[in-house]
Ligand binder design. Structure first.
Ligand code: GUN
Length: 287
């Protein structure tokens, strides 16, 4: 078997075009452009690349970007003051604080300080709680992007055995909530999981989100499975690779996402969808 590729780059482009048209329509109706504040603390090179991609995507679809790049030495209370200012700014619909933050800053406190209506990353306990309850709300971008990939590719989730490798708050946990909501039977594996190869081999839908290059060998993959590779790992030669050994996985899976060009662009596309939705909800809330 040779797996079919799930082309995240192309699906993300289609979503970004939809957001662009919706933003243009808002403007035509006399409303302002949605505004997205992006806060990157310090000089982490990976964060620099991610944030640059997010700001470029804003430009592509007419979302107004507000970029903040405080020094790595910023004190937590200064960052909280910035968040409070952005919460109160009527031109800002979404606030994104790029993670990870430097060690002296409590990320949970920063995320909780964001107005849940502007929490376009969907990481605030209020939004994670809404996702857990199956209520509408802002949803974490990477898991939302994965659900969109599955939907657009017409891949059945209902009743499938889904196995997620990784329990991070950015991907693994909200991914589990998304898949439960879509009626999959979900197993979340992590560093303490026993019998990981057997558990992975049971997956109709395998989601790898561990952050280790080629962590999942082809032998772990059930023939005909759908493999979603969330990993973005930089090799010594500078190239990017996923958490799945792509070559051996291609021979077993029915569908697979490449790295790069799979899940990564979908995170950005979902961010823009969230920003548009936050702006639309803000309009409804306005007097
Ligand atoms: N760092 C890695 N992924 C993400 C993400 O989706 N959002 C934020 N804010 N930081 C990240």
């Amino acid at each position: 078997m040779t797996a079919q590729l799930i082309d995240g780059k192309s699906i993300a482009s289609q979503i970004i075009e939809k957001v662009r048209l919706a933003v243009a329509e808002r403007r035509r109706q006399g409303q302002r452009a949605p505004g997205l504040a992006v806060v990157r603390v310090g000089e982490d090179p990976a964060s620099e690349v991610y944030v640059r991609n997010k700001l470029r995507a804003c430009e592509r679809c007419g979302v107004r970007p507000f970029a903040f790049e405080p020094a790595v030495t910023i004190a937590e209370d200064e960052l909280l003051t910035l968040i409070a200012r952005l919460n109160a700014d009527p031109d800002v619909d979404g606030i994104l604080v790029q993670l990870p933050l430097p060690g002296h800053i409590d990320s949970d406190a920063v995320i909780e300080a964001i107005d849940p209506r502007k929490d376009i990353d969907g990481f605030h306990p209020c939004n994670i709680g809404r996702l857990a309850l199956g209520l509408p709300g802002l949803r974490p971008c990477t898991p939302r992007g994965v659900m969109t990939l599955l939907q657009v590719s017409e891949i059945e989730v209902n009743g499938q055995d889904a196995v997620i490798i990784g329990r991070s708050t950015i991907v693994g946990r909200p991914m589990a909530l998304e898949l439960i909501r879509a009626s999959a039977t979900v197993t979340v594996c992590h560093s303490r999981t026993r019998g990981l190869p057997e558990k992975a081999a049971n997956a109709d839908l395998l989601i790898a989100a561990v952050g280790h290059a080629h962590f999942v060998p082809g032998e772990w993959i059930k023939p005909g499975a759908v493999v979603i590779d969330v990993g973005v790992n930089r090799l010594e030669d500078g190239s990017l690779t996923g958490d799945v050994d792509f070559r051996s996985a291609m021979d077993r899976a029915a569908w697979i996402t490449p790295v790069p060009g799979g899940v990564g662009p979908m995170t950005v596309a979902s961010l823009l969808e969230n920003t548009l939705e936050a702006a639309a909800a803000g309009n409804l809330a306005a007097p």
